[in-house]
Design a protein around this ligand. Sequence first.
Ligand code: DGY
Length: 323
Amino acid sequence: MSKPKILVARSVFPETIARLEAHFEVESNQDDQTWSKPQLIQKLHGKQGAFTTGSERIDAEVLAACPELKICANMAVGYNNFDVDEMTARGVLATNAPDVLTETTADFGFALLMATARRITESEHFLRAGKWQKWSYDMFAGSDIHGATLGIIGMGRIGQGIARRGAHGFGMKVIYHNRSRLDAQLEAECKASYVGKEELLKTADHVVLVVPYSPASHHTIGAAELALMKPTATLVNIARGGIVDDAALAAALREKRLSAAGLDVFEGEPKVHPALLEVPNVVLTPHIASATIPTRRAMAELAADNLVGFLVHGKPVTPLNPA
Ligand code: DGY
C-alpha cells in the first residue's frame, strides 16, 4: 500500500523528518525557503497532510486548491495562521502543539520583562559602543520587578506560568484580565486577582500580554489603552503581532508616555515597524519565546504525533476542530 503524502513546510529536526519518513512520503523544505502563497499551494497540492509553523497561512484559497488535504499539524500553540472554520467546513483537521512550550515561554516572558524593566540590552549597547566612562547614580536606572504590580492580559497556561513566577519568585502583586475568570483554586495557586482591563492598565507597573490573536483581540493595546497606563510602566508582548498597535506603541515610547517595552512578536513580522527601531527604550527579539532545543523538539514531536496519529491510526493527539 502506498504511503500518504505529506509536506513539511519549514526546516525541522532531521530526526523528525526521519520519523515522518517511516510513515509517509515526505516532501520537506529543509533548506527553509520562504514560499509565496502560490508556491505553498503548488507544494501542498496532492498532499494529505501538512506539517506547518505559524508562518504558513492555511486559508480558503489554499484549501480550495488542495482538495486532498486532510490535516494540518501546526508546530506552535498559536494557530491564527489557520482559518479553522474553513478547515472544518472542508473536513480538514487542524492540530496545534499546546502544553509542551508553556514553561519555556513563561521563562522567556519573564526574561523579557526583566530585560525591559532593568534596561539590560540598552545598557549593553552603550557599553559595547565604548560609551561607558564613569559610574553615575542614575545611569540606566530602571524600574523594580520585586514587589511591583504585574498585570497579565490573557490568563491561559502561559499567563498562569508568568503569574506563578511573579508572585512566588519575586513577591509581585499579580492582577489579571481574561475572557473568563479562573476558578478559585487556580487563582490561589497563581496568587492572582481578577480585574477589569481598564483597572489593570491603570494600576499595573508591568503589563504582559499573553492573549491569543483573533479579530476580537486585534489591537488589544492601542493608543487609547496606552494612554491609560502609567508613564513609568512597561509593556511586554509575547503573544502575537497585531495584539499591539505597534505604531501607537512606538509613539508612546518616543514621547515617554510609557517607560519601556519588550516585544517578541510584531505586526507583519518578520518586518518590524521602523519607528520601533528608532526608539531606545524597547527590547526587540525575533519571536523566540519558545526557542530552547528541548522545547522545540517537543513541539516538533507533537506535530509529528498528530500527523501519525491521524493519518495512520485515525486519532490525533491535540485536535482543534472536529473534522
Ligand atoms: C507558538 O507556539 O505559538 C509560538 O508563538 C511559536 O510560534
